[in-house]
Design a protein around this ligand. Structure first.
Ligand SMILES: [Ca+2]
Ligand SMILES: [Ca+2]
Ligand SMILES: [Ca+2]
Length: 239
């Protein structure tokens, strides 16, 4: 029996190791958190209606590996042609070892190429492009409808999610081939709330002392009302 347990335990260990290797080599996500994009206030408005066509999934793709997968769900010709990451100076070592073209879907080919993101001067807290990339050559290599671009970093997954939710890590994209040949830029939103940090409830709650006071006043009022029902009606009207 003991031997059987030992063998079973060894089998589990083998499975865990094997699964770990599979995760590291094929980038099978354990869990993905999806972020959307916002329009840039004060920037161009020509593409504002199409911001929800684009999103990115963040997954832990291996030990201290984080994968950003840019998705294009548009029904038209809208094409993602540039991405840029802005990392706040306070967490400047958050991301390293960027690799592009990781698990792309469709005809997608990007080059690492940090360059200015248009309209980024209107993005609050934008620190300049720390990491970025753009379409390699022909437009067909951009992220078109139904396609995806993967960009991976050496990074701590939870730290990345926390930085995104705090707005200290921001992701921008430049999109072209919009109707009329227009282009526009979007920046990541930060609605994700990390576990253990529930959103602050802003609805005011009366202090318990106030509630007791109201109750006491009510009881007192009732007593006065009952006692003086017929002779001091004016004083009862206080409440
Ligand atoms: Ca815009
Ligand atoms: Ca490439
Ligand atoms: Ca393409």
């Amino acid at each position: 029996m003991f031997l059987l347990i030992m063998k079973f335990g060894a089998l589990i260990s083998t499975l865990i190791v094997t699964t770990g290797v599979a995760l590291a080599t094929t980038s099978v996500p354990a869990a993905a958190v999806t972020f959307g994009f916002n329009n840039i206030a004060g920037g161009d408005t020509v593409g504002d209606a199409y911001k929800s066509d684009f999103s990115f999934d963040v997954t832990q793709s291996g030990s201290d590996k984080v994968l950003f997968k840019f998705l294009n769900n548009s029904s038209g010709t809208n094409a993602l042609k540039q991405f840029a990451f802005s990392v706040d100076n306070s967490i400047s070592s958050l991301l390293s070892n960027m690799m592009v073209d990781i698990g792309n879907v469709g005809i997608v080919d990007f080059d690492a190429n940090p360059q200015n993101l248009s309209q980024s001067n209107n993005i609050s807290g934008w620190d300049g492009t720390t990491f970025g990339g753009g379409t390699s050559g022909a437009n067909k290599n951009s992220v078109q409808s139904g396609e995806a671009l993967g960009v991976s970093f050496s990074a701590n997954y939870n730290n990345v999610l926390a930085a995104l939710s705090a707005g200290k890590l921001q992701v921008g994209i430049h999109v072209g081939s919009l109707p009329g040949g227009a282009s526009d830029t979007y920046v990541s939103n930060s609605y994700y709330v990390p576990p253990g940090n529930p959103p602050v409830i802003t609805q005011p709650v009366p202090e318990s002392g106030s509630i007791l006071g109201v109750i006491a006043f009510g009881i007192g009022g009732l007593l006065i009302r009952k006692r003086d029902k017929n002779i001091q009606l004016e004083t009862v009207k206080l409440d």
